[in-house]
Design a protein around this ligand. Structure first.
Ligand code: ZN
Length: 167
């Protein structure tokens, strides 16, 4: 984590105690959008080949060769999962348990950090379960309505699904 002082603001001396403050409104939007990406993993089949999240929008790339993805259908499924207000629960498993269940890892190129004895899982009851160290809301209803802005074809292994908040 790197904290950059705003341009022109005084730089603290080495060793000086500083107080950092989270921009809660922004953090909460990121938590909502990030939790929504877990739901997107449940709605779209196939491995995740990439992704990006920013304030108010996010995207995931999926390896679904040949498949056509319908953006209205994906949005309807996402909003149904959001409206159902499912519980979102982080929990931990051991490195060995993860090794015994490789299917838990949805990302093709990024592997969860192991070697510390345990791995954090994010569990959306019966919907999505995968290693994740990110920040999430407690229930899917907190995400609020979303829309699929567009679906792009980014090559053989990449169907890029772009999500935005609907409101
Ligand atoms: Zn997550």
């Amino acid at each position: 984590m790197i904290h950059l002082p705003a341009p022109g603001s005084p730089v603290p001396a080495i060793g000086e105690t500083v107080t950092a403050e989270i921009d809660w409104a922004r953090r909460h939007r990121l938590m909502r959008m990030h939790t929504c990406l877990h739901l997107l993993c449940a709605v779209v089949p196939g491995a995740v080949t990439g992704g990006q999240i920013s304030d108010g929008k996010a995207r995931l790339d999926f390896d679904v060769p040949g498949a056509t993805l319908d953006k209205e259908e994906i949005a309807a499924k996402l909003n149904a999962l959001i409206a159902a207000d499912h519980e979102v629960t982080p929990r931990w498993i051991t490195d060995e348990e993860l090794a015994a269940h490789p299917e838990l890892v949805r990302t093709m190129t990024v592997k969860p950090p192991t070697g510390h004895g345990r791995v954090r899982l994010l569990d959306i009851a019966g919907i999505d379960l995968q290693p994740c160290g990110g920040t999430h809301v407690r229930r899917t209803g907190e995400i609020g309505a979303v829309a699929v802005a567009k679906i792009e074809n980014k090559g053989k292994q990449n169907r890029r699904v772009n999500i935005v908040f609907a409101a």
